[in-house]
Design a protein around this ligand. Structure first.
Ligand code: HEC
Length: 158
């Protein structure tokens, strides 16, 4: 009997502990996933930027690949990557995320900023195969859409 009660208490304690650990872990994973999408944006926009700056020789296939990747990355649904309680202002979030609470409280403004990026990325995909000047014409729109969202919804890092 004593053994059973102890066993039940241990099991209950483990479950409570596991519950806390799992939810924190789930939040961390969601944050990492959205940051990973951002890294995909940055990597592919970086390729196009390097061609514009002449740091990388223009190559139509490479340019199209980067622009298509941008379109694809921007079409990934991020709905599950922004759970409540994962803003930089939330408890325990410092050093994990730089997303501002305003992204949640002013919703759907952040979703509209995401649509701006999707539209700009589509224009880039149309332009990218047409030479450096065509990329130059489209890159401001993409960069502007990143900046437009960051200015409102991302806290400065460091
Ligand atoms: C709809 C809003 C939005 C758009 C559009 C957007 N970002 Fe972000 N970005 C954010 C937010 C919010 C964060 C902070 C995420 C976090 O730390 O949880 C972020 C973080 C980042 C980071 C840091 C990722 C990390 O590893 O911590 C990079 C790099 C980045 N964005 C690049 C870009 C680029 C490049 C574009 C445009 C092609 C872009 N973002 C478009 C909102 C956006």
């Amino acid at each position: 009997m004593k053994h059973m009660i102890l066993g039940a208490m241990v099991a209950a304690g483990m479950m409570a502990g596991a519950g806390v650990a799992v939810s924190g872990e789930a939040e961390d994973k969601a944050i990492k996933a959205r940051q990973a999408v951002m890294q995909l944006y940055a990597f592919n926009l970086g390729k196009l930027g390097a061609m514009v700056k002449g740091e990388m020789e223009y190559n139509a296939d490479q340019a199209k690949m980067a622009a298509d990747n941008l379109v694809k990355a921007a079409s990934i649904s991020q709905d599950a990557m922004w759970p409540e309680g994962t803003a930089i202002e939330d408890a325990g979030m410092e050093g994990k995320t730089w997303a501002k609470k305003d992204a949640w409280t002013t919703y759907p403004e952040v979703a509209n900023k995401h649509k701006d990026l999707q539209a700009a990325a589509a224009k880039m995909a149309d332009a990218a195969g047409g030479g450096v000047d065509a990329i130059k014409g489209a890159i401001g729109g993409v960069g502007g859409s990143c900046k437009g969202c960051h200015e409102k919804f991302r806290a400065p890092r460091n």
